[in-house]
Each structure stands twice: as structure tokens, then as C-alpha cells.
Write a protein that binds this ligand. Structure first.
Ligand SMILES: Cc1cc2nc3c(=O)[nH]c(=O)nc-3n(C[C@H](O)[C@H](O)[C@H](O)COP(=O)(O)OP(=O)(O)OC[C@H]3O[C@@H](n4cnc5c(N)ncnc54)[C@H](O)[C@@H]3O)c2cc1C
Ligand SMILES: NC(=O)c1ccc[n+]([C@@H]2O[C@H](COP(=O)([O-])OP(=O)(O)OC[C@H]3O[C@@H](n4cnc5c(N)ncnc54)[C@H](O)[C@@H]3O)[C@@H](O)[C@H]2O)c1
Length: 443
């Protein structure tokens, strides 16, 4: 007798679900996926894919600017066309991902899920759905400032759908979204003011590199207001007023609230089943299992100190696929999760940080890439890296600032993850000339 509707039921259809959920269904496990929004979740529809499409012309404008003695005329970014192009790239992704899940045998259930008990969820307009195991993969949503007029501000998704670029944009927050979107808006011709919570920008990245990005944006006209203490937003005629600091005002055309993202758990009924969580997300053990035996969690919604990025959600989803299909009984062994902020230049990193290296007996090489011939081809004025090695020559970590930092870090990742020794590293013969080759350059 079949006891439950599904063997495994995922709540949410982002990377934390579909990367492992589709192959899991293929093994014959009966998989259900509940999604209240677009299949694919944040990354394809309103995160990574959308953002990197909008950013591509930004990168090209910067390249053309550096090559202005070779090119004739100026490149001008048309924001409206850029947004149209982004839409063309992403609009079929929910359908593609639906097909990926369904063609492997998973069933998609559309609606918002709330736990009734530890094997049953109630889905709006559908009713009760039962499963032996349930995976909470509900991700994050934008945090909204708790101040008067907060409803006048917008989120990153609304920014990426702007058909016309406002003349002046105020961005509250200087994390990933604040800095990536300040870069895009500035390159597309908007005047940008970034309101900082403190004096810190991109707190998780190597601060001397962050300063280079900030100084470059300042030269390009972006204003940074430190310790801004934003107090309220008001509509004044056709514009908005940002009230901040000690009775200071700023007039602007559009406000982006980029003050972080919070877990989608408040309307999930976790208290109905006793799943433990706090404001940072759902608590799990080394098997991604919550305190309730048959309920798991994966991706951004998990409370941990990993960066909330797609590579982490992807790996966790793949791990649960192996666990649920019997391919492993081991706890999850998280690999090195790299991170990049797509400013211009980018800052990318993986493994041991420079700050940690300074507290240990590690060697830190400081590499002036702007004067290395391959980076000169691109006339990159800001290009540096720091590589961290132990005394036996294993590469433990890297952080790089350059326009191609994400590809450089990708090239070095296998050596960091697999702790390759110098002889093994010597056998990695990269194509030449490429960033994969240049990434190894060090002083
Ligand atoms: C603007 C932006 C840019 C980003 N850029 C990058 C980048 O360049 N690189 C990178 O690695 N990461 C990036 N990220 C982060 C990346 O998008 C996330 O790490 C990733 O999407 C996490 O996947 P997830 O499956 O955990 O959650 P999500 O993709 O958020 O999926 C969760 C899903 O659950 C659904 N849901 C929530 N509650 C319920 C419920 N009760 N019932 C039914 N469905 C529910 C939601 O609708 C959503 O579709 C970016 C994020 C943003 C916002
Ligand atoms: N390239 C990428 O991988 C990428 C890109 C975009 C987003 N993301 C993910 O999305 C998540 C959310 O990004 P985010 O930039 O919104 O969050 P974040 O946590 O990176 O930054 C939030 C910023 O808001 C500031 N802040 C908080 N409260 C404030 C207040 N009251 N006034 C002014 N500033 C305030 C913080 O100091 C911080 O600078 C990130 O955790 C990241 O993992 C990743």
C-alpha cells in the first residue's frame, strides 16, 4: 500500500531543488516539487542569469573605454534595449526547467506550501500533499527597511525590469546587490548615491580590493554616504526624498532597498511541526536534516556561514539526491565554495582568506597582474591577486581583483579543493594564452 503521495517533496523550485531533484526523479524516486512563483526560483529569474545579462554590456563599455585609443567613437549603453535583451535570455528558463523536472519524472505542484504535520503540507488551491521526506528549499526574499515610506523603495528584481533608467538612483546597502547594481546603473548613465549602514562595503571581501572598486566608482561619479542612518522615504512631487543622518535630505528619482535578504520561512508553518530555525534560516545537521527526522533543508534557506550563492545550493541539492537515492550514507562534505561580486572590476575569492592567512604560518604572494602581459592585452588598470600557500606549496586560497577574476579563480579551484601538491599542479597544462594560464602567475 502506498503510504504517501511522494517519496520526496521539495518546497521551492530553485537551484537547491532542481539540480538534484531532476536526477533524483530519474532514479525512480517519486518526486514532487511545490512552487508558488516561477520555476527556477531566484537565480535564473531574478538573480544571477538576469543580472549577468544586464552586466555584459557594462563590461564591454568598460573594455571599450580602455581601448579608446584603438576604437573610434564612443560606445553608449542603451538601458531599454539591455533590459529587453535580458528578458529574451531569461523568459524561457522557467519552461526549460519545468521540462527538465517533468521529463525526468518529477511532478510540479503550483501554489504556496504550509506544513500541517511532518509528512503533510497544505498547498493553496490544491489541498493536502503528503510525502515520506520533505525538503525545505524556499530560499530568501528581500529584506525591507522598517522605516516610514519603505513601500516607496524597490528591490533588485524591480531594478532589473526598469524599462527606463531613472536619472538619479539611491541605493541603500553596500553588499553584493548594492555594489553590483551601483556599477550597472552608473555605467548606464544614472547618477548613483550609495547609502552605507556603516563605513564598510562588501564586508566579506578583501577590503583593500573593495577600496579599489569604491575609489574607481567614486571617480566615475558615484557618491558613497557612510553611516547614513536612513530614517524615512517621502514622495515629494515627482521625486522622492531620502531623510537620513542628522536631519539631512537627498532628492532622488528611484530608491533601491539592498539591505540584505531574509529566509522565506515565516508563512511555512514550521512551528506546526517543530522545525527549529531563527532569523538566519533553518537549522540542519551534517546530513542537511532538520531536528525533525524526515524534514531536510537545502540552499539559501539554511542557517550556516556559507555565502548564499548558487554553487552552495547546487552542491547541497546534488548531495540530497545521492542521500535519497542511496548513493551515499555519508554526511555532506562541502567543497570550497567560491564567491564573486560582479562589479567592474570583479572581486573573486576561494579558500583561505588573506585575513586568515595572516594569522597562520602561510605564504601570501602579492601579484601585480596589471603589469603582467596577458592582463595588459585588455589594458586592465586594476588587476591584482593574492595567492596563499602552505610551506609545502599547496595552494590554499586566492583572492583576485580584475575584470576576469571569476575565471581566474575558477581555474585555480581544483588545486585548492583537491589540495594538489606542486608536482600535480605542474601537470595542469592550461591552454595558452588564456586566463586559465595567466591565473597561475605569481610574484
Ligand atoms: C539579484 C541577485 C543576484 C544574484 N547573483 C548571484 C550570482 O551572480 N551568483 C551566485 O552564485 N548567486 C547569486 N545570487 C544568489 C542565488 O540566486 C541564490 O543563492 C540561489 O538562487 C539560491 O537558490 P535556492 O534554491 O536556495 O533558493 P531560490 O532560488 O530563492 O528558490 C526558492 C523558491 O522557493 C519558493 N518558495 C518560497 N516559499 C515557498 C512556499 N511556502 N511554497 C512554495 N514555494 C515557495 C520561491 O518562490 C522560490 O522560487 C543572486 C541573488 C540575487 C537576489
Ligand atoms: N554575485 C553574487 O554571488 C551575488 C549577487 C547578488 C546577491 N547575492 C546574494 O544575495 C544576498 C543578498 O544580497 P544583498 O546585497 O542584499 O545583501 P548583503 O548582505 O550582501 O548586503 C546587505 C547590505 O545592506 C546593509 N544594510 C543592512 N541594513 C541596513 C540599513 N538599515 N541601512 C543601510 N544599509 C543597511 C549591510 O550593511 C550590507 O552592506 C547575498 O547574501 C548574496 O549571497 C549574490
Amino acid at each position: 500500500m502506498v503510504k504517501y503521495d511522494y517519496d520526496v517533496l521539495y518546497i521551492g523550485a530553485g537551484h537547491a531543488t532542481f539540480d538534484g531533484g531532476a536526477p533524483l526523479a530519474k532514479t525512480g524516486v517519486k518526486v514532487g516539487v511545490i512552487e508558488s512563483g516561477l520555476i527556477g526560483g531566484t537565480c535564473p529569474n531574478r538573480g544571477c542569469n538576469a543580472k549577468i545579462t544586464l552586466d555584459e554590456p557594462v563590461k564591454m563599455v568598460r573594455e571599450a573605454e580602455r581601448m579608446s585609443d584603438i576604437f573610434e567613437g564612443d560606445l553608449k549603453l542603451d538601458w531599454t534595449k539591455n533590459v529587453e535583451h535580458k528578458q529574451e535570455i531569461i523568459e524561457n528558463l522557467p519552461q526549460d526547467l519545468t521540462e527538465r523536472l517533468e521529463s525526468n519524472g518529477a511532478t510540479i505542484i503550483r501554489g504556496h506550501a504550509t506544513f500541517k504535520n511532518n509528512h503533510t503540507v497544505i498547498v493553496d488551491n490544491v489541498g493536502e500533499v503528503t510525502a515520506e521526506k520533505i525538503v525545505i528549499a524556499t530560499g530568501l526574499r528581500p529584506h525591507r527597511l522598517n522605516i516610514a515610506g519603505t513601500e516607496l523603495a524597490h528591490d533588485s528584481e524591480e531594478f532589473m525590469n526598469l524599462k527606463q533608467l531613472p536619472e538619479h538612483i539611491t541605493i541603500v546597502g553596500s553588499g553584493y546587490i548594492g555594489m553590483e547594481f551601483a556599477t550597472m546603473a552608473n555605467a548606464a548613465g544614472a547618477q548613483v548615491t550609495v547609502m552605507l549602514h556603516s563605513d564598510k562595503v562588501l564586508r566579506d571581501f578583501y577590503q583593500p580590493y573593495v577600496k579599489m572598486v569604491v575609489d574607481d566608482l567614486k571617480k566615475r561619479g558615484v557618491t558613497f554616504v557612510e553611516n547614513s542612518r536612513v530614517q524615512s522615504f517621502e514622495k515629494v512631487g515627482a521625486n522622492y526624498q531620502v531623510n537620513y543622518g542628522d536631519n539631512q535630505q537627498l532628492t532622488t528619482d528611484w530608491i533601491l532597498d539592498a539591505t540584505g535578504r531574509i529566509p522565506n520561512i515565516d508563512k511555512l508553518g514550521l512551528d506546526n511541526v517543530g522545525v527549529k530555525y531563527d532569523k538566519t534560516g533553518v537549522f540542519v545537521n551534517n546530513y542537511l536534516q532538520t531536528n525533525i527526522e524526515n524534514i531536510y533543508a537545502a540552499g539559501d534557506v539554511v542557517s550556516n556561514n556559507l555565502p548564499k550563492v548558487t554553487p552552495a545550493a547546487y552542491f547541497e541539492s546534488k548531495y540530497l539526491m545521492k542521500l535519497f537515492s542511496g548513493q551515499t550514507t555519508e554526511p555532506i562534505d562541502m567543497p570550497v565554495i567560491p564567491a564573486v561580486v560582479f562589479t567592474s572590476p570583479r572581486i573573486a575569492k576561494a579558500g583561505v582568506s588573506v585575513e586568515e592567512a595572516k594569522t597562520k604560518d602561510y605564504q601570501i604572494s602579492e601579484n601585480d597582474l596589471a603589469n603582467y602581459w596577458y592582463y595588459k592585452v585588455d589594458k586592465e588598470p586594476i588587476a591584482q591577486s593574492k595567492q596563499i600557500h602552505d610551506k609545502d606549496g599547496h595552494l590554499l586560497g586566492v583572492t583576485e581583483i580584475s575584470d576576469q577574476a571569476q575565471d581566474a579563480v575558477n581555474a585555480l579551484l581544483p588545486a585548492i579543493e583537491f589540495k594538489l601538491d606542486p608536482e600535480q599542479i605542474g601537470r595542469l597544462t592550461s591552454l595558452f594564452p588564456t586566463i586559465g594560464y595567466a591565473a597561475w602567475h605569481r610574484a
